[in-house]
Design a protein around this ligand. Structure first.
Ligand code: NAP
Length: 524
């Protein structure tokens, strides 16, 4: 089976051998993927002309209805997405749910949110700004949907959520999308796109798909398009510096890799409820999707005096986790996506070992119900770093698998300095009931993070999770994390709109039909 692309209103199969899509548990080939022969320039043009025109004729409310229907279709086909997730990602029920149900929830969330924007076709931003003595001449800022295409390039680890968290706000904004999933896991995205198209919900040209290598996809992007990318920092650099992107100042949103942190506050005693919550969260982050989450905890900072007990508590929980074939009901953690990712993880662990000791994961490793030679498992590995000030690799090596490093700290100042050496991250979580410490922590690292999760004893287990991206809150992070800002409720629509100001007759500005809201669109 070859995974097809959908461009110019029809399905097209790429030519040539393409790349194999594998079962990471058995190593068996499931399908092949190639974009060779698929005309990306024509696809972009078709989307701009057909999809863009049709979507712009609708209001936010109309498009919110489309999203609602998309959510229903995806929900109806959920079982098939779980089947593909198991085959292609080695994802058990909870790993598949994190991706697939997260995707459906996000689509439904934007469907609900969009209704509040009503019949408008662009958004008023802020109040009118008087610019004349008599008040006849004013300024008014507006947000208007881009007239181009949203080119959505995704990473392999979230074929469902990655597609939907970008496509939902783009389509609600009135911008057609062209999705390019990562080749190793393109199958699931392709199936979701197929189901949406089959249901005939979207206008022609609103949703296109290119499976296989990006090849010349970005060569014909222009000023009215945007490129939203999720993936490695290396590819991100190539996208940012692509000639067409530079020449036409094409808007890019980059979500790249990140050395996220979790902190146990100096006030928290080992064995306390907060310490237990911290331990549980670290283990969850290491094991969910076998650590293949951009938001996963890579560094955990623990007061030096608490290191031994926390290390023991972590090792106890990690020892109870069965790693292997997710078809076995006793298994709690599956493989990484393929042999290349496995090799990259194992190499990363060796790098980290040069400055860390191994607390868990040093023994021989045999996955349950799987052949180690054919499969792509990575042993759960917890490392410890006693001198995080001197260490280099723990702050800059992203091992994209079930691996984390515990780092001792002696003072809040030292803690903040070490966290900042991650050079910009998606998320840091902090477990503490000391309000003064929490405030200094948030002030000390906030500028280098997209999100901070603070858990005190009043919040307890009611927090949403370190690695869990909720569509109502912003996702992204500065510096190394790529500098992107996605989601965040209606803020998520900003990426797909342009801001401009009209200076003109006050009455005309006030009466502009199609411009919705009273100026404060964020509260819609
Ligand atoms: P990747 O190798 O950088 O690939 C990401 C995407 O870019 C794929 O669709 C890939 O296509 C495409 N691509 C590769 N070269 C390209 C080029 N020259 N022009 C345009 N597109 C190109 O990343 P990955 O291995 O799939 O994903 C793992 C990384 O993603 C990790 O570092 C992780 O931290 C990061 N990530 C970040 C977030 C976030 O929200 N910040 C979320 C998830 C993952 P092919 O697959 O066809 O090569």
């Amino acid at each position: 089976m070859k995974i097809p692309s959908y461009v110019c209103g029809e399905w097209r199969e790429g030519t040539g051998q393409g790349e194999a899509i594998l079962d990471p548990v058995t190593g068996e080939e499931l399908a092949r993927v190639t974009s060779q022969g698929v005309d990306a320039a024509a696809a972009l043009q078709y989307a701009r002309e057909k999809g863009g025109e049709a979507l712009r004729r609708m209001s936010y409310q109309d498009r919110a209805e489309l999203l609602g229907k998309m959510g229903e279709v995806l929900n109806a086909n959920r079982a098939e997405y779980f089947r593909i997730s198991l085959l292609n990602l080695g994802a058990g029920e909870s790993d598949a749910s994190f991706d697939v149900d997260g995707a459906i929830y996000t689509v439904k969330y934007f469907a609900k949110l969009g209704k509040a924007l009503g019949g408008a076709k662009m958004l008023r931003e802020g109040a009118q700004i008087p610019l004349s003595k008599t008040g006849v001449f004013s300024g008014q800022h507006f947000l208007v949907p881009l007239r181009g295409v949203a080119v959505l390039i995704n990473a392999f680890n979230f074929p469902a959520w990655g597609f939907c968290e970008k496509a939902a706000p783009a389509l609600l904004s009135g911008v057609p999308v062209l999705v390019k999933p990562a080749s190793p896991t393109a199958w699931l995205t392709q199936k979701m796109v197929e189901d949406i198209l089959k249901a005939g919900i979207l206008p022609d040209g609103a949703l296109s798909l290119i499976c296989g290598s990006a090849r010349d996809l970005l060569d014909t992007v222009r000023e009215e398009d945007m490129v939203s990318f999720t993936g490695s920092a290396e590819t991100a650099a190539r996208i940012r510096t692509h000639a067409a992107v530079l020449q036409h100042s094409v808007r890019t949103n980059i979500e790249a890799d990140s050395i996220n942190s979790a902190v146990l506050g100096p006030d928290v005693l080992p064995g306390s409820e907060l310490a237990e919550l911290f331990v549980k969260e670290v283990v969850r982050e290491m094991t969910l999707k076998a650590g293949q989450k951009c938001t996963a905890i890579r560094r955990l900072f623990v007061p030096r005096a608490a290191g031994k007990s926390i290390g023991e508590a972590l090792v106890k929980r990690l020892s109870a986790i069965k790693v292997g074939n997710p078809r076995n009901p006793e298994v709690k953690m599956g493989p990484v996506v393929n042999k290349a990712q496995q090799a990259s993880c194992l190499q990363g662990i060796e790098q980290l070992k040069k400055e860390c000791s191994v607390l868990f994961g040093s023994g021989s490793f045999q996955p349950v119900d799987a052949n180690a030679a054919d499969s792509a498992f990575v042993p759960l590995t917890l490392l410890a770093c006693e001198d995080g000030k001197k260490a280099v690799r723990v702050h800059d090596t992203e091992v994209f698998g079930p691996v984390a490093t515990m780092i001792a700290y002696d003072s809040p100042q030292e803690l903040i300095a070490m966290i900042r050496r991650g050079s910009g991250s998606l998320v840091a979580s902090v477990f503490s009931s000391d309000a003064a410490f929490l405030e200094s922590f948030i002030m000390g690292v906030g500028d280098l993070h997209g999100r901070i999760l603070a858990v005190d004893s009043a919040v307890g287990a009611q927090h949403t999770g370190h690695g869990n991206v909720v569509p109502s809150c912003m996702h992204g992070g500065p510096g190394r994390a790529g500098g992107g800002e996605e989601l965040g409720g209606l803020r998520g629509l900003l990426l797909y709109h342009r801001r401009f100001v009209v200076q003109g007759p006050t009455t005309t500005l006030g009466n502009l039909t199609g411009a919705g809201g009273d100026g404060n669109w964020l509260t819609a």
